[in-house]
Design a protein around this ligand. Structure first.
Ligand code: CP3
Length: 338
């Protein structure tokens, strides 16, 4: 059998829509929580063997159509000499505060470009059935810069927004370094067995459209172009940024992945002739149980054409999600015959 996810990316007809879930190898899974009792998150993510084991957990429990390698958007940053920890989100040891800090970043050390992630991709591919796709990923340059400048996740990232306007040249230099490094990282993930890659722009939305166009677009566009030229299928995800949706739709990629705030049926109506779409059930609905999840999933399938639709949530699945909600979502998707 072929990989439904790849058919959907190419907007080819499928017998049913493919489904995967952002953060599918996370704390809602009892077997993940059990592993976390023995190992810190960073230890799980920095061992290729453990990361492979975690990547496969949701695939062993559920008939999902893609595995996503267990890692973090911070994983490749040791290549730029950046040190960080997790509590539970990333905490950067020495946040970037000036142009001099950006200049001091060393030339990328490609030996430290997350070799554990590359190994985990190879090991996962060898263990997966042929009809399950394997996804690689990275953080978008802006979302990575958000942690590097702010030092940690902070509501609306005020230090980052200030930096963008007080040190525009430094931000530009930082984003250029990050885009170049992420292009190499995604191409290496593809070579190691990733069928497609997702670029997570989780904090895209904190800038105005005007600032985004001037400061962010050129870097994201360069990253996407390089990866596309290498023949790697690209899923572009943006979170909490409905005011940027049309700007993102004009970027080079195969799949537009949106959060639950976006009307995905309208997005498909505007761009479905050139882009597949991915999403976008509100992850909070799954906290409301199986009936609420079933209703939301049925509504989604009803509104969105199956051609070029990858079913997913609008952001990561939440830690307290009942397993019955995940089963309900899968049942609805599998019950549809096209
Ligand atoms: O989707 C998957 O199953 C693959 C694994 C994955 C993780 N992080 C593991 C993780 C992926 C794709 C990510 C991406 C990531 N990491 C993003 C982009 C996606 C998004 O959520 O918007 C961002 C912004 C980060 C940074 C990050 N890492 C945060 C904000 C947190 C804490 C939030 C949380 O869920 O607790 C992390 C830690 C992290 N990364 C966890 C996992 C499973 C939780 C670690 C744990 O305590 O077990």
């Amino acid at each position: 059998m072929s990989k439904l996810l790849l058919n959907a990316i190419k907007r080819e007809p499928v017998p049913r829509r493919p489904l995967w879930i952002m953060r599918q190898a996370g704390r809602y899974l009892p077997e993940y929580r059990a592993l976390r009792k023995e190992h810190a998150f960073k230890d799980l993510a920095s061992s290729a063997e453990l990361a492979t084991q975690v990547t496969l957990l949701p695939i062993e429990r559920y008939p999902l159509d893609a595995a996503i390698v267990f890692a973090d958007i911070m994983s490749p940053l040791p290549a730029l000499g950046i040190e960080f920890d997790f509590a539970p989100g990333p905490i950067v040891a020495n946040p970037i505060a000036s142009a001099a800090d950006v200049d001091r970043l060393p030339e990328p050390n490609l030996d430290r470009l997350a070799p554990e992630v590359i190994d985990a991709l190879r090991m996962t591919r060898a263990a997966l059935d042929d009809d399950v796709a394997l996804l690689g990923f990275c953080g978008a340059p802006w979302t990575l810069a958000a942690y590097l400048v702010e030092g940690k996740g902070v509501k609306d990232f005020p230090t980052l927004r200030a930096f963008a306007h007080s040190e525009p040249a430094a931000l530009d230099a930082l984003l250029a370094k990050l885009s170049e490094l992420m292009a190499q990282y995604l191409i290496a993930q593809h070579a190691a067995g990733a069928d497609a890659v997702q670029i997570f722009d989780s904090w895209a939305g904190v800038l105005s459209l005007t600032s985004w166009e001037a400061q962010i677009r050129p870097h994201l566009e360069r990253l996407l172009t390089r990866v596309g030229e290498a023949g790697v299928p690209r899923i572009l995800f943006l979170q909490n940024a409905p005011h940027l949706m049309e700007a993102y739709a004009s970027l080079p990629c195969e799949v537009l992945a949106c959060d639950w705030r976006v009307d995905i049926a309208a997005l498909q109506a505007r761009h479905g002739d050139t882009r597949a779409v991915q999403g976008n059930i509100d992850p909070a609905i799954l906290l409301g149980g199986a009936d609420a999840t079933r209703a939301a999933a049925e509504r989604l399938l009803d509104r969105v054409s199956p051609l070029g639709h990858i079913v997913n949530l609008g952001h990561g699945i939440l830690p307290g999600t009942p397993l019955a909600s995940v089963s309900a979502l899968i049942d609805v998707v599998h019950a549809e015959t096209l």
